[in-house]
Design a protein around this ligand. Structure first.
Ligand code: NDP
Length: 285
């Protein structure tokens, strides 16, 4: 008997849809004589960060908004970085500010994030943004989890009333993901490295979200038949091949829908950053 194939959730196509919607919004603003500008700050030249920063700038170009680029040397002091952020906070023509993480070890990331004016915090990492999400008030939402909600909704996957299990509790993925799913009326469980009987917990999930950072850790025996599986992981396996936290080949036959790596959650993160930039233009006209 032939089995049903799992639906592959295509983040590339969905992110392009979102970017094309944003392109229209940007054009309409431009026609009204308004511009939108994102300031991107990178300290040092971590190779992965260089790729992310380049893609963010390309995304701005694609939808037709401006980007200002600040490439600072590795030995930049914390005070110098904070001074630049304060200057950009004041600049009327800058709508959003993004500091690419990770920062060099001698700079306190928390202090940097806290210095960004929350009304320009397009990454959604400021404690005020996170607090607003927690109590259901308006504010910027962390891009990766916001992208996952869009992936689910635009794939016609119902969230309300579903059992959602998130593996991972980081500040940028796991925790905001839980809050967003709760806002969508899911029943939410967060698992982490101290969780007992992880497989039993993940097997409860109608929607399973893996944000662990462990290559192909989530195999078929973690997944309930027919579940929707979202793979946030971006890892390199022992052959230096890009892979997710989910063992795609063993999980795909068990689940009803799954995101590939690459081409799943990854492209959504930038699309949602650009979405936040468009929103910031409404907050900082
Ligand atoms: P972190 O390392 O900050 O968090 C990992 C989480 O996984 C922690 O909460 C940790 O638990 C938990 N964990 C680790 N090992 C286990 C285990 N064996 N069993 C259960 N839980 C475990 O990672 P991030 O959240 O930043 O990122 C996760 C993955 O997503 C990475 O691969 C990263 O590259 C990728 N990523 C992808 C993005 C995208 O755009 N697609 C954006 C951001 C991240 P504990 O808290 O107890 O230590």
């Amino acid at each position: 008997m032939e089995r049903d194939m799992a639906k592959i959730i295509d983040g590339k196509t969905i992110s392009l849809q979102i970017k094309d919607e944003l392109k229209e919004r940007a054009a309409a603003l431009k026609a009204a004589g308004k511009t939108v500008t994102l300031a991107v700050i990178q300290v040092g030249n971590n190779p992965a960060s260089c790729v992310y920063v380049r893609n963010k700038k390309k995304g701005c170009e694609y939808i037709g908004i401006g980007s200002l680029s600040y490439e600072l040397p590795e030995e930049t002091t914390e005070e110098e970085l904070l001074a630049l952020i304060r200057e950009l906070n004041q600049k009327k023509e800058v709508n959003g500010i993004l500091v690419q993480l990770p920062l060099p070890k001698h700079i306190d990331e928390d202090r940097v994030i806290k210095t960004i004016d929350p009304i320009k915090d397009v990454d959604g990492f400021h404690p005020q943004s996170v607090g607003a999400l927690c109590i259901g008030q308006p504010g910027f939402v962390s891009c990766t989890p916001a992208g996952i909600i869009q992936l689910l909704k635009r794939s016609g996957i119902e969230i309300a009333g579903k059992e959602c299990v998130i593996v991972g509790r980081s500040n940028i993925v796991g925790k905001p993901m839980a809050l967003l799913l709760l806002r969508e009326n899911a029943t939410v469980t967060i698992a982490h490295s101290k969780t007992k009987n992880l497989k039993e917990v993940t097997k409860r999930a109608d929607i399973l979200i893996a944000a662990v950072g462990k290559p192909r850790m989530i195999t078929a025996d973690y997944v309930k038949e027919g579940a929707v599986v979202i793979d946030v992981g971006i890892n390199r396996d022992e052959n230096n091949k890009l892979c997710g936290d989910v063992d795609f080949d063993s999980v795909e036959p068990v689940c009803s829908a799954i995101t590939p790596v690459p081409g799943g959650v990854g492209p959504m993160t930038i699309a949602m950053l650009l979405y936040n930039c468009m929103e910031s233009s409404a907050i900082n006209p």
